[in-house]
Design a protein around this ligand. Sequence first.
Ligand code: CP
Length: 302
Amino acid sequence: MHLNNFKELSSQQLNDLVDMAIEVKQHPKKHEEELEQKSLALIFQKTSTRTRVSFEVAMTQLGGHALYIDWRTTNFGLSDIGDEMQYLSRNVDGIMARLLHNADLQKMMQASRVPVINGCDEMYHPSQCLADLITIKEKHGSLKGAKLVYVGVHNNVCNSLIEGCTKTGVELTTVTPIFNEASRDQALLDEAKQTGLWTATLDLKGAVADADFVYTDTWVDMEFFTGAKFAAEKEKRLKQMMPYQINAELLKGSNAYVMHDMPIHRGYEISAETVECEKSVIYEQAENRLYSAKAILLELLK
Ligand code: CP
């Protein structure tokens, strides 16, 4: 079994994964030998802090071993992805990959003899969403009935939130004036719409008014943030998105927790004072990436 997104998981299985992550967080000692002698390859085409650290530390704390592989220092770029995966999956017990394109991840999954985990591409970010669900459950007590508002660009993180929330009973409102077409998964959106748990609006104030959680993400994907080719689009986006910044004025009168998947661009999608405000759970949410990784690894590799 692989983890590309949450499509292969039933609502019950996704809820169980959240509960497993919380249990592992509460009782780390119980699980410290469960992946003994197992190896996980971490392949990165893009930069990362949390995804790399959380999966690497998770493997160590579960008794196994992780090896970091920078795509550019391998022969993946020179060869057929399937051939390289045929080799790699004969030497490790699992593979976590952060790639630019989901199509390449799917090629990896087809060729691999061991589970492959999506560490974020242009379409999905499932391990992030699992950490988000853990955080919501810890703060709200239950996923069912929690009200989450996502404000930002409709991107990979937004897709995974739509999928994760509608499968676990979280009532999600998205406020996304820009839609990243590279991230579009119309089937996912159509299925989510049918649950009645996902609403899309541009009425930011109205959406935030009775939210339990307000969540934002970068307006520009990491691979484009410093690129000269994307500079004009970046400027356009920043201008269009500024009225949708999460800040003290927007949150006046709201009791919502503030979430962000990090890395943060202070002064853009969120103001500096909001990152540090009393209701911010951003760092706890990031800490939960470790328990998200552990639950995924135990589920797929044990
Ligand atoms: N949220 C997230 O995936 O962080 P990194 O890009 O640092 O891994």
